[in-house]
Design a protein around this ligand. Structure first.
Ligand code: PLP
Length: 454
């Protein structure tokens, strides 16, 4: 192994890296990135990489977008910060809230701003509890999430997340949060079962869970349209309509976590529109600002908003908010981002490029290492298996992580996620020729990985 560079040594001696094997990092050191342009980033040696995961599913407009830089600089010059506590306000927060209401995938009444997806989903949990207290139903507090769902890492949102690494030894999940089935056709469908039958079976399991817990105790259900970090899992046909029929029956709120799917990822403005979700509340972040600024939001319907108004009347305030809720610079950048999505027809372009992306990703289905190759819009994944017939995993751990590191050597940044799966989620501005380049680099890495596994 080559000795670590000076920068790498300083990194190892100072930084705690999120989602990193900290012990291994001391040996391998960091990949230090220096600049970005379009869909590419460049390391400190000048090597280029296609950012095949759009950062962390977020840099939808890619790198070096001068309009977004300008929007931030102009707002910083004008009013770099003012909070919106105690009724203070400013133009960018108002305008962004109006815009989000206009494009939301449901009848949205009001918008609450956060700085991240985790904060948005933490807020969702608190609002569900607040809402039911306001309605005089203090026992209706349980929230059902899904195994392998990803909703963030703060205490409540990590509890919603259904992945072992986010619970193990963190003493999570907290009480009143439970997890129902993961709607994974490749792993979950039984022989001879149709996608629609699988959806009905999952809805029935959900109903049984609600009845077991007592419907008067179940308040909300939270889901990503397509699960991201839990494996890029595209639900079976008819899934959300079947699930929501059950939710309506027992007066359970539907929380739509659009943190990845929001703003065009699936070829519609929101994942809800592609997958027929009728949410009561919605979480967004990431592509809201194309990651040029940290910003997220929770959008709520009129019933939830009215409950908040009543509680604040009773208690004297709505006692929740972050210093940076509605940060003017982040809001100004988000407004510009949404303007670019509209002006450049980014969502329509995703829909137009999606078949080519799907063809290239699904083209890997024949590779000996690939059990399932799936894609929808501009998100996809390769699930790796040792045996394509039995779908059995490898005896050697970390095959997807190895593939990600081989991709990196080929000049392609992708991410190994739960279930020996490699996630692909490029910036929305990627062209068809760049999709081909991404797929070619991935193909070379896959072949090298096959040799490594053997
Ligand atoms: N929800 C979903 C669907 C996500 O993918 C993520 C992050 O990847 C989050 C919530 C948490 O967002 P953040 O990392 O900004 O806290």
């Amino acid at each position: 192994m080559s000795p670590l560079s000076n920068l790498a040594v300083r990194d190892v001696e100072t930084l705690i890296h999120p989602y990193t094997n900290l012990a291994q990092h001391r040996e391998t050191g960091p990949l230090v990135l220096e600049r970005g342009q379009g869909i590419r980033v460049y390391d400190s040696n000048g090597k280029d990489y296609i950012e095949g995961l759009a950062g962390l599913w977020c840099t939808s407009l890619g790198y070096g977008n001068e309009e977004l830089v300008e929007a931030a600089a102009a707002q910083m010059r004008k009013l770099s910060f003012t909070h919106i506590f105690g009724g203070k306000s400013h133009d960018p927060a108002i305008e962004l809230a109006e815009k989000l209401k206009e494009i939301a995938p449901a009848e949205i009444s009001k918008v609450f701003f956060t700085s991240s997806g985790s904060e948005a989903n933490d807020t969702q949990v608190k609002l569900v509890w607040y809402y039911n207290n306001a309605l005089g139903r203090p026992e209706k507090k349980k929230i059902i999430a899904r195994q392998r769902g990803y909703h963030g890492v703060t205490i409540a949102s990590a509890s919603l997340t259904g992945l072992p690494a986010n619970h193990g030894d963190f003493d999570l999940p907290i009480k009143n949060i439970m997890h129902t089935d993961c709607p994974h056709p490749y792993r979950g469908m039984e022989a001879g079962e149709s996608e629609e039958d699988f959806s009905r079976r999952l809805a029935q399991n959900l109903e049984e869970m609600i009845l077991r817990e007592g419907p008067e105790t179940v308040a909300a259900f939270i889901a990503e349209p397509v699960m991201g970090a839990g494996g890029v899992i595209i639900p079976p046909k008819g899934y959300f309509p079947a699930i929501q029929e059950v939710l309506r029956k027992y007066d359970v709120l539907m929380i739509d976590d659009e943190v990845i799917c929001g703003f065009g990822r699936l070829g519609t403005m929101f994942g809800a529109q592609t997958l027929d979700i009728r949410p009561d509340t919605v979480s967004v972040a990431k592509a809201l600002s194309s990651a040029y600024q940290p910003i997220g939001a929770v959008m709520v319907n009129e019933a939830v908003y009215q409950a908040m108004v009543e509680e604040s009347r009773k208690l004297g305030t709505f006692g929740h908010g972050y210093t940076y809720s509605g940060h003017p610079v982040a809001a100004a950048v988000a407004i510009k981002t949404l303007e670019i999505y509209e002006r450049e027809n980014i969502v329509g372009q995703v829909a137009a490029k999606a078949p080519h992306f799907a063809r290239r990703i699904q083209g890997f289905a024949d590779h000996p290492l690939v059990g399932d190759a799936r894609a929808l819009g501009l998100i996809g994944a390769l699930e790796l298996v040792a045996n394509k017939e039995t779908k059995a995993g490898f005896t050697k751990p970390g095959v997807a992580a190895k593939l990600a590191s081989l991709c990196e050597a080929e000049g392609l940044i992708l991410r190994a996620i739960f279930g020996e799966t490699l996630a692909i989620c490029p910036p929305l501005i990627i062209t068809e020729a760049e999709i081909d380049e991404l797929a070619d680099r991935l193909g070379r890495a896959l072949d090298q990985c096959e040799a490594w596994v053997a």
